[in-house]
Ligand binder design. Sequence first.
Ligand SMILES: Cc1cc2nc3c(=O)[nH]c(=O)nc-3n(C[C@H](O)[C@H](O)[C@H](O)COP(=O)(O)OP(=O)(O)OC[C@H]3O[C@@H](n4cnc5c(N)ncnc54)[C@H](O)[C@@H]3O)c2cc1C
Length: 413
Amino acid sequence: MTNRPAPLATLPDADFYGFEDLLSDTEKNKLTELRNFLAAEVLPHAVHWWNEARFPSELLPKLAALELSTPVQQGYSPLFAGLVIAEMTRADTSLATFFMVHHDLFVEALHAFGSDEQKERLLDDARALRITGAFALTEPEHGSDVAGGMATTAVRDGDEWVLNGAKRWIGNGTFCDYMVLWAREPETGRTRGFLLDATLPGVTRTRIENKTALRTVQNADIVLTDVRVSAADLLAGVESFDDTKELLRGSRIMVGWQAVGTQLATFDVARAYAVDRLQFGRPLAAFQLIQQQLVQILGNAVASTGMLARVTELEHGGYPVLSADGSPGASPADGGAARGEMARAALAKSYASARMRESVALGRSILGGNGIVTDYRMAKIFADAEAIYTYEGTYEINTLIVGRDITGVSALR
Ligand SMILES: Cc1cc2nc3c(=O)[nH]c(=O)nc-3n(C[C@H](O)[C@H](O)[C@H](O)COP(=O)(O)OP(=O)(O)OC[C@H]3O[C@@H](n4cnc5c(N)ncnc54)[C@H](O)[C@@H]3O)c2cc1C
């Protein structure tokens, strides 16, 4: 007997515990609008863009029309903001990465640390993607240790600052209009942030070629040679590297949501393949070992979603605790903050990205040989997962941040 599986449409979704059910009706409708957009405008083309290593700039007006820039600031819930990134990643990790670099790093930096004049000048255009932004922190010689080792310098000269140095891996860096660029004052060691017009004389941008992950994202090497920046473009609210870290904490959590989205995509693709593909006269899905692998992917995805859902709530103050009579009580966030907000974000990112790595390896294996050609999507998902594992603090660095928090002893210097 063939033991044909049920039609895919009648099988449960990868959101097995129904996290989406926790959203308001407005948010559910908005997520459906996003899904329809991704199904129509992104999924049919994403592998082609990736193979060609081409960023689809023609998509930007339609992406902006969804009005999903920094959802929490618009009044949406933290869970909704996370699920937006997970859904985008589920369709295309590169698109989600572009979106996060622009909105969760560039727009957030402008919002959090920009002067009134800077916000007036740039914020509306940035939210509507009429201008695009990047976030330039990592350097050729300083990745994990950039906090202490940043070599790019900013020297005040009258009404201007003079920037010298180099940045590496800068997402959107080849085409962005502006980048939030981090540099250090040599005399004081103080970290400064700039809203750098990427077309200024002395800024050289070179695309990083031959990537095996996130090929649609345009990463750049940036060289700064005596770049003169108006004092009006200093990010006014930045006091120290702690402000940089605050931005990274928020985007680190969003990268955790990318690890969730990657696993949802893995489950979608691997299960569909297992249900469809016949070997030994039976669907792969009928074999016990394949079922176990699919269940492991699902369990990893659900566990990662639960962890990210909670850390995202905590990051935004937590849900209010109701008293016994149902009236609002104390916020649970106070106790959480004392435990180290960065460590909480780091644990979510490192755990979810480790589960993701297991999941994509299983998914790739379920597709057999077809798991290594991008035509079947799984190879692209598998490759892109490696970037998620590394950026926004590598697995190791995030682990050591948690290790420091739980032991009181730093393994980092
Ligand atoms: C696709 C992609 C996009 C990116 N986009 C951006 C961007 O838009 N803007 C930006 O500023 N940066 C960006 N980055 C840079 C990213 O943040 C860095 O790659 C990351 O911080 C790691 O730095 P590194 O690559 O120099 O590795 P390294 O720091 O050289 O680390 C190499 C290895 O050593 C390990 N290691 C280092 N120190 C320790 C230690 N003390 N203990 C144990 N292990 C250690 C690391 O975990 C890693 O496994 C991007 C990177 C990638 C790959």
